[in-house]
Design a protein around this ligand. Structure first.
Ligand code: FMN
Length: 210
């Protein structure tokens, strides 16, 4: 993909208010978008997230009621709930297990990594919730970008009651909680689509320190 094409796709992207319910994103595109979330970086490599694709229409109707009645919740092709882990005490042992298995390394070889991870975890805020939740937004950003490069319209969402969404999806029992939601689909007749993008200028946002 050429540089100009990337910027064009990102300029075309906007936070869709009205999706066309009759146009459906392919499973292949959905999978690519989710895969880009899975490949996202995370602090210490903990991957403290789960991406929950909600297809069930009844659940989506309930979620819409918990999301200030935003139509995108029922009309987008898919809703991807980015949930974060609430059982932070398990995350270090899990990454050590993953690393040992995937890189074929022994527990002894991984002792320095364990020490580093334990030290870094102990320096986080008590409960670690805001730090862990923040990781989910990195995956969100990657999925927004991938969707947009695939010409799949989308809208990130925080306009919902997380406690209600957690209850509707039974997340508490799974040691998860909702950070943010990504709706993906195709734009419908949406006045927002043609509005000029409101952004600070490049020079206001970028500062170069020589
Ligand atoms: C984390 C996050 C949560 C958002 N929540 C909502 C939302 O609930 N509903 C909505 O319509 N837009 C939501 N937005 C979209 C922003 O309002 C939008 O990205 C911003 O106004 C810039 O406009 P643009 O993305 O169309 O260029 C959210 C964006 C982000 C990044």
């Amino acid at each position: 993909m050429k540089k100009e094409e990337i910027i064009e796709a990102l300029n075309k992207r906007y936070a869709v208010k009205t999706f066309d319910k009759s146009k459906k994103v392919s499973e292949e595109d959905l999978k690519t978008i989710l895969e880009s979330g899975r490949l996202a970086p995370s602090s210490l490599g903990l991957e403290p997230w789960k991406f929950i694709v909600v297809k069930n229409e009844e659940l989506r109707a309930k979620m819409r009621a918990a999301s200030y009645d935003q139509t995108k919740v029922t009309d987008a092709s898919y809703l991807i709930v980015v949930a974060y882990r609430t059982d932070s005490e398990k995350l270090v042992s899990e990454i050590l297990e993953r690393t040992a298995k995937i890189q074929n390394r022994t527990k002894e070889e991984l002792a320095p990594l364990q020490q580093m991870l334990d030290g870094a975890m102990s320096r986080q805020e008590p409960g670690k919730t805001s730090w862990i939740k923040a990781q989910g937004y990195i995956a969100l950003g990657m999925m927004i970008e991938t969707a947009s490069l695939l010409n799949v319209d989308n809208c990130p969402m925080e306009g919902f009651d997380p406690a209600q969404i957690d209850t509707i999806l039974g997340l508490k029992e799974k040691n998860l909680s909702t950070a943010t939601i990504l709706a993906i689909g195709y734009r419908g007749l949406d006045a927002y689509a043609s509005k000029p993008k409101v952004r600070r200028s490049y020079d206001e946002v970028v500062e170069v320190v020589d």
